[in-house]
Design a protein around this ligand. Structure first.
Ligand code: 3H9
Length: 699
């Protein structure tokens, strides 16, 4: 396949790129562009058009090349060649011009785009910054503040907004190439000058004096712990203060530093991990999916209501079923309230809210589910209750309807057995709040049909979730790994830590919240009730949850009761350390025969993270997850794990499995606890001196 073609149409040279799927700027593409622009300098053309085949304009540098030895010409070389062209080069944009793609367009002398196109500089989402002039050229067109918004958020903007910000010059109607040709002819007729963005100077007086400091402060909270966002501010500041040659050098240095960082490596890993997670081994793209045009949801609580919102947001009508009129009304009110909050925040218009609400129909009668294509059960977390719901569904639902359970822990196979159609039963585990959280664990029962899995995967993408396939086990991937993590948090507390120390260690390390603060947020009664239903083995030694249990028995249920591990200010909900909790911990430690001691931050971090890793290794060896990167996706998208550490299994690979194995063996020896026995897979991989990623790729 020819990746770059150059042809002459009348007085115009058309450089056409075709590098599926997203025209990433791989080496052949870069070389082809340079050759075409150079050749065009001495032919009869008067202007050049840079256009792409396929679904999109250039979506950026080829991320897969970042781990390889760079090959000339580099992207900055390409940019320089285009910008130095003696004939105007016009970028014709459709789809998404992202990262290096937008930087290439910014090197062109004019830019036109379809109204449906989007442009953006999303490098920050990969732990990077635009490394081919984006931080220098974008502010020269948009001004410093808009450039900071664009580059530090990484969010793409519409063609319309790009036009307003001067990032593009013209929106073309109809077919892109004809529109671009007409635009080029017009520019030639107007004798339009060679407009080079690099020649624009930014007047420092036009930039508010404290803009950069304010931005740095804002980002130290919004992007806590991340290197790239702060460096972006440095580069945009350089665009204001220095000539472009200096600014480009500063940008290049910062880009290389980010590219080599473990943060970017982790975020690049996450980019591919997210896409890989949607692929199910043994179920190809050709597998037919079932049409899902309507959905029934059973249970109008916070979970059911949140799940319903996902579907109506994309135009799929929902029947929300509750046992009583009163419960139903409560559920519908909850959904209405959520939408009203979005309207207040300006994220939704009143009209959009009404459209969404109009798609939800309430019912208290199972017969109303007779025609829906899929039902999702989100009732109380109890196996018998869930089984009786599925028995009912089996009676009323049409053949071929997918019957899904939103269970967090229960055995999907036992639920499926309550029906005559286990092949149609699957777990769809949403995370709370279900209208916000991106993760969707898709749980495959022993008899779930392939097309039910394929349909669920496709549906997840449609409702903008990130799906990960899991097989059946207690807690599936995410909650199963949460248990040992929670156990270590409890034990560190009993053995010498304080809630504040444990939460601070994990939060400083990058978690959205520490484990005990999360407990308070979710409600300590939830874990308490879950433990009531557990076997003695599942619960572990009595000392493990003695403090958590005592708090619940004191009616300290967390934020909702104003007190848990912490006290909460009734107005601001601010967390306040409570000395009474420490006294309680000390009493329980004594009663359990645990001598409290100094416990270091390092020990807390190691025990909590290694507890995840060891369980993750068991999940892999048992085949519960398809690959180690799926576990990373679960943790980053569902549990507030910092993307810049790449998920627990990538983190383990980064440390090195020999070191992880050695430390876990040491914990095993020190504690004598069987749960610290290193997972067999961890032991094998450590001895082979390989890692989870490599093992996943070959298994
Ligand atoms: C950059 O540009 C740095 C420069 O500033 C400086 C350099 C010096 N490279 O997402 P999809 C693959 S950094 C390689 O499912 P969609 C992707 O893995 C880059 N591969 O499609 C997948 O492969 P597979 C800045 C890439 O329609 C396939 O394409 N740019 C790249 O849902 C389809 O992807 C970005 O960060 C890439 N750049 O979404 C943009 N992009 O089929 C990253 C995609 O084997 N890309 N692939 O799983 C995106 O945001 C989305 O892919 C896009 C399409 C919106 C374009």
């Amino acid at each position: 396949m020819t990746v770059v073609t150059y042809r002459i149409e009348n007085n115009l040279g058309i450089i056409s790129l075709n590098n599926p799927p997203v025209n990433a700027l791989s080496h052949v593409l870069r070389e082809g562009i340079v050759n075409a622009v150079q050749a065009a300098q001495s032919d009869d053309t008067q202007a050049l058009i840079l256009v792409c085949e396929g679904r999109t304009f250039i979506a950026g540098a080829d991320i897969t090349e970042f781990n390889k030895t760079p090959q000339a010409p580099s992207l900055p070389d390409v940019i320089e060649t285009i910008e130095n062209s003696q004939k105007p080069v016009i970028a014709a944009i459709h789809g998404t011009a992202l990262g290096g793609g937008l930087e290439t367009a910014l090197a062109c002398h004019y830019r036109c785009a379809l109204a449906s196109a989007k442009v953006g500089l999303p490098e920050v989402k990969l732990g990077l910054l635009p490394g081919a002039g984006g931080t220098q050229r974008a502010p020269r067109l948009t001004g410093a503040e808009a450039a900071l918004d664009l580059i530090t958020s990484g969010a793409p903007i519409s063609a319309d907004k790009a036009l307003k910000l001067n990032l593009i010059d013209q929106i073309v109607e109809g077919e892109l190439l004809s529109g671009a040709i007409a635009y080029a002819e017009q520019l030639l007729a107007d004798k339009a000058p060679l407009k080079r963005v690099r020649d624009i100077a930014i007047d420092p007086a036009s930039v508010p004096a404290d803009l950069f400091e304010q931005y740095r402060k804002k980002l130290s909270k919004r992007a806590r712990g991340q290197i790239a966002p702060q460096k972006i501010v440095d580069c945009v500041e350089a665009a204001v203060l220095h000539p472009i040659e200096e600014g480009l050098l500063i940008e290049r240095g910062a880009f290389m530093e980010c590219k080599e960082s473990s943060q970017s490596s982790a975020m690049r890993h996450m980019f591919f991990a997210e896409r890989e997670a949607a692929k199910v081994k043994g179920i190809g793209k050709e597998t037919a999916t079932r049409p899902i045009k309507s959905v029934g949801i059973i249970g109008g609580g916070t979970m059911g209501g949140g799940i319903a919102m996902n579907f109506v947001n994309v135009g799929i009508p929902v029947t929300l079923l509750e046992v009583s009129e009163e419960g139903l009304q409560r559920g519908l009110n909850l959904v209405e309230k959520n939408y009203s909050i979005s309207v207040k925040k300006g994220k939704l218009t009143e009209a959009q809210k009404s459209d969404c609400l109009a798609l939800i129909k309430g019912s208290t009668n199972y017969d109303d589910l007779a025609d829906v294509d899929m039902v999702i059960e989100a009732v109380f977390e109890n196996l018998d209750v869930k089984r009786s719901v599925f028995e009912q569904l089996d009676k009323v639902c049409k053949p071929g309807a997918i019957l899904a359970t939103n269970t967090s822990y229960q055995d999907v196979n036992l639920i499926a057995e309550a029906t005559q159609r286990p092949q149609d039963v699957i777990g769809l585990h949403f995370f709370s709040p279900a209208n916000v959280m991106k993760l969707l664990e898709i749980v495959r029962g022993a008899k779930t049909a392939d097309d039910v899995i394929a349909t669920s995967m496709a549906l997840a993408k449609k409702i903008k979730k990130v799906p990960v396939l899991a097989n059946v086990c207690y807690g599936f991937i995410g909650n199963r790994m949460l248990r040992p993590y929670g156990r270590e948090a409890q034990l560190c507390l009993l053995e010498g830590g304080t809630p504040e120390q444990i939460d601070r260690v994990m939060q400083n390390w990058g978690m959205a919240m520490g484990p005990l603060a999360v407990g308070d947020l979710a409600g300590l009664d939830i874990g308490y009730k879950a433990r009531e239903g557990q076997t003695e083995e599942q619960k572990g030694a009595p000392k493990t949850y003695c403090v958590a249990d005592a708090l619940v028995e004191m009616d300290r249920l967390g934020q909702k009761s104003g007190a848990g591990y912490y006290l909460y200010d009734p107005e601001t909900r601010a967390r306040i350390n409570d000395p009474k909790v420490l006294t309680l911990v000390e009493e329980h430690a004594k009663a359990q025969g645990v001598e409290r001691r100094y416990i270091s931050d390092e020990e807390i971090l190691k025990r909590l993270t290694y507890a995840w890793i060891n369980e993750g290794a068991k999940i892999l060896e048992e085949g519960i997850a398809q690959r180690s990167s799926d576990i990373d996706v679960v943790y980053v998208f569902g549990y507030g794990f910092p993307a810049y550490r790449g998920g627990p299994m990538h983190y383990a690979d980064t440390i090195g499995l020999q070191e992880v194995y050695r430390s876990i063996s040491e914990l095993h020896e020190q504690t004598g606890e069987s749960y610290w026995k290193p997972a067999a897979l961890l032991e094998t991989l450590a001895k082979e001196n390989t890692n989870f990623q490599e093992w996943s790729a070959r298994s």
